[in-house]
Ligand binder design. Structure first.
Ligand SMILES: [Zn+2]
Length: 432
């Protein structure tokens, strides 16, 4: 029943108009800049194929991408709004799928992630690399450029660096983080996002300023992936550290994440990519020999009222004796959230429901002005979620814990980190 890919509660006309106006003005400016710089290479149906610096920022701004394996991309595509959404494709067939989708839907933002960070640990000498048929290939700047060109040749809306995993030892790994940024800064291109896949430990109070300085020093937007066993934001100091980063790094995108996307975008992140499956909702450290995936997915759904993903089995337990909560998204159409089984059809439907609910929430965020209004909106979502947890506990007479990460998001924002002095001075001296 989706006609325009939009779901969720409608924003007011004036809200929608203000969000659309901001975007279209910025888009026009970007297009002009690209043409003026002479780096645009327009093809049929594309707004921006080889965007300039402003172009890529505007392509990322307030955009929520769904990170999905190439096998599931077509399942979710009809529920992704082209104006505010898009796809990050993973998996072996991601380049082919990217080309197919962009050929069929040139207005859709689609990019690919090689997943090098799940395969290999970065070093100062080899921060970038790629798994190929012939084995692991380390990439120098020339090789890196070839790989990025390859992504664009497969019609990716922008290129994403195949960065290897950055471990979390402050002393030993700061030079590695520095090597990622230094080498990326040698790229003479304006169509690239630099992936920084790192341990959650970089968010600790003692480390976060180092990470912030490196991200600020990058000439390209940075997509941050946080790795931990379990939810990285369950770790001490991690939610505060991430907010500080988002407030301090205006060109930061949070990748391979969950509802942290909304906390990040409320606090200044440029955009985000939310994983379609649990494994794509946080970083994964390389474990040689184990390979990826293989386990049968069980149905997990986003329960929007609770701002949380739950296994359907958990919902079935809660609602064993009372009427289950229903969902009004375009997929569910008022049906119960407990209905999903582990059949293939239901697993797809559960994923589609979750994508609809994410974009419903995102549509509300997108209708707010960045800053206090957006933070206020997010605080209200968290307050509502707290109330719904209490309601559920009383309705079902069970313990329903309010998750630690949601508790931490209800706390006041920490102060922004200082900008890197030299870079700030450079920015000020540039003509606006
Ligand atoms: Zn639904």
């Amino acid at each position: 029943m989706v006609t325009d890919g939009r779901n969720g509660r409608p924003a007011t006309v004036s809200e929608n108009r203000s969000a659309a106006d901001r975007r279209s003005c910025a888009g026009r400016f970007a297009a002009l800049t690209v043409r003026a710089c002479g780096v645009a290479e327009e093809r049929e149906g594309d707004d921006l194929v080889r965007p300039g610096i402003e172009g890529i920022d505007e392509l990322l701004r307030d955009r929520l991408l769904i990170m999905v394996n190439d096998r599931s991309a077509i399942d979710v595509l009809p529920y992704v709004p082209a104006r505010t959404g898009g796809l990050v494709l993973t998996g072996a067939a991601a380049p082919v799928r990217c080309r197919e989708i962009r050929n069929a839907r040139p207005e859709m933002v689609v990019v690919t992630d090689h997943g090098s960070h799940t395969e290999h640990i970065a070093s100062v000498d080899a921060p970038f690399g790629l798994k190929t048929r012939g084995g692991w290939r380390e990439l120098d700047v020339t090789g890196l450029n070839e790989v990025l060109d390859g992504q664009r040749d497969n019609r990716a809306s922008y290129a994403v660096t195949p960065t290897c995993f950055i471990e979390g030892d402050e002393t030993a790994d700061l030079p590695v983080l520095n090597a990622v940024i230094r080498q990326a800064n040698q790229l003479r291109r304006q169509d690239t996002v630099v992936l920084v896949p790192c341990s959650w430990r970089w968010l600790r109070r003692s480390c976060v300023s180092h990470l912030s300085e490196q991200i600020q020093a990058c000439r390209h937007p940075v997509a941050l992936i946080l790795q931990a066993d379990g939810d990285p934001l369950d770790r001490v100091q991690a939610p505060e550290g991430l907010r500080q980063l988002c407030r301090s790094c205006p060109r930061l995108v949070l990748w391979r994440t969950d509802l942290a996307a909304f906390d990040a975008m409320a606090h200044g992140a440029l955009g985000a990519a939310v994983g379609a499956s649990a494994v794509l909702r946080h970083g994964v450290a390389p474990r040689p020999g184990t390979g990826g995936g293989g386990h049968k997915p069980y149905p997990v759904v986003l329960v929007r009222r609770l701002l949380r993903y739950h296994r359907v089995a958990t919902l079935q337990d809660w609602f064993a004796h009372i009427a289950p909560w229903t969902c009004d998204c375009a997929v569910c159409g008022g049906a119960a959230l407990t209905r999903f089984t582990d059949s293939d059809a239901h697993t797809v439907a559960a994923l589609r429901h979750t994508v609809c609910e994410l974009y419903g929430l995102h549509e509300e965020l997108d209708a707010t002005l960045p800053g206090d209004e957006r933070i206020g909106w997010w605080r209200q979502q968290l307050a509502d979620a707290w109330e719904y947890h209490r309601l559920l506990a009383s309705q079902t007479d069970t313990e329903v814990a309010f998750p630690k990460v949601l508790q931490s998001w209800r706390r006041p924002c920490p102060p922004a980190l200082p900008m890197v002095g030299r870079r700030r001075a450079q920015d000020r001296s540039r003509p606006s």
